[in-house]
Design a protein around this ligand. Structure first.
Ligand code: MN
Length: 178
């Protein structure tokens, strides 16, 4: 019998900290490799989005939706903007981790809002700056602003404002920073 392989996690958390951004995460080598995308992902291949690599996160952070307490690092509401799994596109003996080290990783996303081929490409001469690019395929949509069209949580339908209000009224436990 073949061993069932667990599909690697992909997710995007919309996070209103000192600035709004989207945390894009891929499960690689047992952690969530993470990039903060100020303008959020795009499904238009003509639009390249800056993605600043940030600290790895634990796998169990992927589902977190709530409010990080004020005064903590990253304080503010977080919602799950997209979730699913991904397939790295690997050739020869490459692994997702070795390709990340080389500065280019191609993958197929299986999310609710982000689907099909994407690439993360490191900007030359930069330590942490990458570009997230939608590749041309049947899932690509020219001229569509996916983050404007879909603003609420893909899991609960809650907006950042909903989360803020729930936290203010004590309906939502505050969360430690992770
Ligand atoms: Mn963040």
């Amino acid at each position: 019998m073949s061993k069932a392989k667990k599909k690697p996690i992909f997710n995007v958390q919309k996070h209103s900290a000192s600035r709004l951004h989207y945390d894009f995460r891929l499960e690689i080598s047992g952690v969530l490799k993470s990039w903060a995308i100020p303008k959020g992902p795009s499904i238009d291949p003509a639009v390249k989005r800056l993605a600043v690599q940030v600290d790895d996160h634990d796998l169990d952070y992927a589902d977190f939706e709530g409010v990080i307490g004020e005064g903590q690092y990253g304080g503010g509401p977080v919602l799950v903007w997209d979730t699913g799994w991904f397939e790295p596109i690997l050739e020869d003996a490459a692994t997702a981790n070795s390709l990340l080290k080389k500065g280019i990783l191609d993958f197929i996303l299986h999310g609710h809002r982000l689907k099909g081929r994407f690439s993360l490409v490191k900007i030359k001469g930069k330590h942490r700056d990458w570009l997230l690019i939608k590749r041309h395929d049947l899932e690509a949509q020219r001229g569509v602003n996916i983050t404007a069209e879909s603003q609420a949580s893909v899991l609960t339908g809650r907006t950042l404002d909903d989360l803020r209000k729930l936290a203010e009224s004590g309906m939502l436990p505050h969360h430690r920073c992770s």
